[in-house]
Write a protein that binds this ligand. Structure first.
Ligand SMILES: NC(=O)C1=CN([C@@H]2O[C@H](COP(=O)(O)OP(=O)(O)OC[C@H]3O[C@@H](n4cnc5c(N)ncnc54)[C@H](O)[C@@H]3O)[C@@H](O)[C@H]2O)C=CC1
Ligand SMILES: O=C(CO)COP(=O)(O)O
Length: 347
């Protein structure tokens, strides 16, 4: 990667054959970048190469015909200037470990993954930095429902990295007529926003399934933002990041749209299905389910007031009735002390 000036990326790899990996690969191909997308499924790779369709995840989208797919990880990674990692969080370490020996220090890594690694509460950029300490790292996060971007509907995102050259090169290579790319240096805050909002998308799914009103939805989204910002501040992120696309932007879209998988899991549970049934039926990743567990543990450890997280955990993992939890939340059932039982704090 050239230092000190803006250069459009020439060759990129996308690791992951799901909906978001395919969308990122397609944007890059639309921008003239030579892209090789790696996936495990031979039939899907074949379909992308010959039919220009990912039949498993985006069957209604005709992809750029220049986009190539492969099941050979070595081939995908070897000539790429930038490698986008787009697999579910619980597989990121395993997948990246399998090609790390092949990397040279000029190759940059970009995580698209909105999740947390539990043992040390690591975000994906921290996993990448740990595995590839010599390589520049960035993340992409924002209100980016894959199916809408696949239809080339207008959207915006945030690229965050400590490396300003990488930020600018990625901005240059991903920006196009339907995708506006902003840059930020609060890597941790941008990435944490993307992970946390999945929890509240599940909560919004409960609310929708229970047929609650618009005031209720607004209350939940607004108090979710307060809760996310409180947690982020305690973890060392800049709470102002949460007022941008990667915070409130992504929170609003996933709390309002049935296109969000996390929202759909919440909706299914609110409609009476078990967690297992809801996740099975989805057949795609809903990162918020595990993120909820890890964030609850961290909030308890650091004594951070997160009533929505505590209530959602009771519904998902202790079979509590969503209606009872909602009633409890209105009367401070999950408040940690008297001060919070009588709401007076904005954040
Ligand atoms: N779909 C969306 O709208 C967006 C998703 N994201 C994030 O991007 C990440 C990936 O999401 P999606 O592409 O939507 O997920 P997905 O569920 O559509 O696809 C995941 C892909 O990873 C593959 N995979 C699963 N386990 C694997 C393993 N052990 N080794 C290799 N590949 C494996 C699957 O076969 C599939 O191709 C998630 O963290 C998600 O939160 C971010 C922005 C938008
Ligand atoms: O992160 C997303 C949109 O920005 C996608 O959300 P889901 O993973 O809930 O579908």
């Amino acid at each position: 990667m050239l230092q000190g000036k803006i250069v459009a990326i020439q060759r990129a790899a996308v690791i992951g054959g799901g909906s978001f990996g395919t969308v990122i690969a397609n944007i890059l191909a639309d921008n003239g970048v030579k892209v090789l997308q790696w996936m495990r499924n031979e039939a899907v790779a074949e379909s992308i190469n010959t039919q220009h369709v990912n039949p498993d995840y985006l069957p209604d989208t005709t992809l750029n015909s220049a986009l190539r797919a492969t099941t050979d990880l070595t081939e995908a990674v070897q000539d790429a200037e930038v490698i986008f990692v787009s697999v579910p969080s619980r597989f990121v370490r395993q997948v990246v470990s399998s090609f790390v020996h092949q990397l040279t220090p000029e190759q940059a890594l970009v995580s698209t993954t909105k999740g947390i690694e539990p043992d040390r509460f690591l975000l994906m950029s921290q996993v990448l930095e740990e595995l590839c300490p010599d390589n520049p790292v960035a993340v992409i996060s924002g209100p980016n429902l894959a199916k809408e971007i696949a239809r080339r509907e207008l959207a915006a995102t945030v690229i965050a990295s400590k490396n300003s050259d990488l930020r600018r090169n990625l901005q240059e290579s991903l920006s196009c007529s339907y995708f506006r790319v902003y840059a930020a240096d609060d890597l941790y805050g941008v990435e944490l926003g993307g992970a946390l909002k999945n929890i509240y998308a599940i909560v919004s799914g409960f609310i929708a399934a229970l047929g609650m009103g618009e005031n209720t939805k607004s209350m939940i989204i607004t108090r979710s933002l307060a809760e996310m910002s409180r947690f982020a501040q305690a973890m060392g992120a800049n709470p102002l990041t949460f007022l941008g696309l990667a915070g409130v932007g992504d929170l609003v879209v996933t709390c309002m749209s049935p296109l969000s998988r996390n929202y759909r899991v919440g909706y299914a549970i609110g409609s009476g299905q078990s967690l297992e049934e809801s996740v099975d039926e989805l057949g795609e990743v809903a990162e918020g389910v595990n993120t909820l567990r890890y964030v609850r543990e961290k909030a308890i450890e650091l004594d951070i007031y997160m009533p929505l997280v505590m209530g959602a955990y009771e519904i998902l993992f202790n079979h509590a009735d969503p209606k009872d939890v909602a009633k409890g939340l209105m009367t401070g059932a999950f408040a940690s002390d008297v001060e919070f039982a009588l709401p007076s704090h904005q954040i």
